[in-house]
Design a protein around this ligand. Structure first.
Ligand SMILES: Cc1cc2nc3c(=O)[nH]c(=O)nc-3n(C[C@H](O)[C@H](O)[C@H](O)COP(=O)(O)O)c2cc1C
Length: 328
């Protein structure tokens, strides 16, 4: 059955979503997700106690995580019933942000398969509106909130205010679409001070989301600074910055299977370098069960994806869980 749904989704994606202009495809996809109660259908989930895991001491029913992109509570609620062991909300900034003007997302066909390049620019409702919208959201699985600041104070406020609403807090220092966030990786000494202080802002487990564009700095400076600050989880990682003349900013973050090889290498190296004291979420390019399994075998504690949710559909989580269950 899940195989059939996966095939039907491919026909829908290739035959319709891919032929529509990107804004219309996004409106249709998100509209369907809001309207259809897919989260009530058991076919999208698979419960197997052998797949349970923990992240920062928080129990997850399985190691699959929907990566940051959605902030609407209705969509987060749906996603929580679609097989994921945890769901990440989109990065939230202190004030609301309209994001970068359109075009801010384009599809790409790479040799490895279909991907996306976005320069979303943190389109989000801001701390207050997001916090209000989360009231009443049932946490069917753990919620990870993601915070993105322009200053140390922003990060502290966001972590302090949003921490109580989530099971884990992710620290975005890696989205390549706004200089202020991306440039943290070029200032590792200031980042060390920030990581030290943010640990005091919330008792919730913290995750640092890394950029694949800064592998050497990540492993030489940022991960050691996180560990020194008592932050034991990294998400490796975000999109890769690329030139893309079709986007309003002339550049954006590449996601999807083209970045998978780098994700796998980054996870394997980080595990070899930092050993069992570091928990690693491997994110970037997972769009098939064997890729999720490869990341776990390379040392990831959990696997995140977003683009695969779009290109392979909501049934991908179930397909991955079947594979993990079969080889558990
Ligand atoms: C349209 C779009 C918006 C995204 N927004 C965020 C965000 O707000 N915060 C963040 O940390 N990552 C964001 N990401 C990055 C994803 O969470 C993920 O790290 C990245 O896409 C690589 O994984 P994938 O290849 O499975 O998509 C976004 C990605 C896309 C495509």
């Amino acid at each position: 059955m899940s195989r059939l749904l996966a095939t039907l989704y491919r026909l829908f994606y290739d035959g319709l979503l891919c032929r529509l202009p990107e804004p219309a495809a996004i409106a249709l996809g998100q509209g369907l997700l809001r309207a259809l109660p897919v989260d009530r259908l058991p076919i999208f989930r698979l419960e197997d106690p052998r797949l349970r895991t923990t992240l920062g001491g928080v129990e997850l029913p399985n190691p699959l995580i929907l990566a940051a992109m959605y902030y609407e509570p209705r969509i987060l609620r749906r996603a929580m019933g679609l097989g994921f062991g945890a769901v990440t909300a989109k990065s939230i900034t202190l004030g609301p942000r309209p994001g970068h003007p359109a075009p801010n997302l384009v599809r790409v066909r790479t040799a490895a398969g279909p991907g996306l390049v976005n320069c979303n620019g943190f389109q989000n409702p801001g701390l207050e509106a997001f916090r209000a919208s989360l009231r009443g959201l049932p946490h069917r699985v753990p919620l990870i909130v993601s915070v993105a600041g322009e200053s140390v104070e922003d990060y502290l406020t966001l972590a302090r205010e949003l921490g109580p609403l989530a099971e884990l807090v992710e620290f975005n220092i890696s989205s390549p679409n706004t200089r202020l966030v991306y440039e943290w990786s070029t200032r590792p000494h200031e980042l060390r001070a920030l990581l030290g202080r943010v640990r005091e802002a919330t008792p919730k487990p913290l995750i640092v989301k890394l950029s694949p564009d800064f592998a050497e700095v990540n492993e030489r400076q940022i991960i050691p600074a996180a560990l020194d600050a008592g932050i034991r989880i990294v998400n490796y990682g975000n999109t890769r910055r690329v030139a893309e003349p079709r986007l309003s900013q002339g550049a954006g973050g590449l996601s999807g299977p083209e970045i998978f090889a780098a994700t796998l290498a980054n996870v394997a190296r980080a595990r070899a370098t930092f050993g069992a004291g570091l928990e690693i979420i491997g994110t970037g390019g997972v769009d098939a069960p064997d890729k999720a399994r490869a990341l776990l075998r390379a040392g990831a504690n959990a696997v995140g994806y977003f683009t695969g949710f779009i290109t392979r559909g909501p049934i991908l989580a179930r397909r991955i869980l079947e594979e993990l269950s079969r080889t558990a």
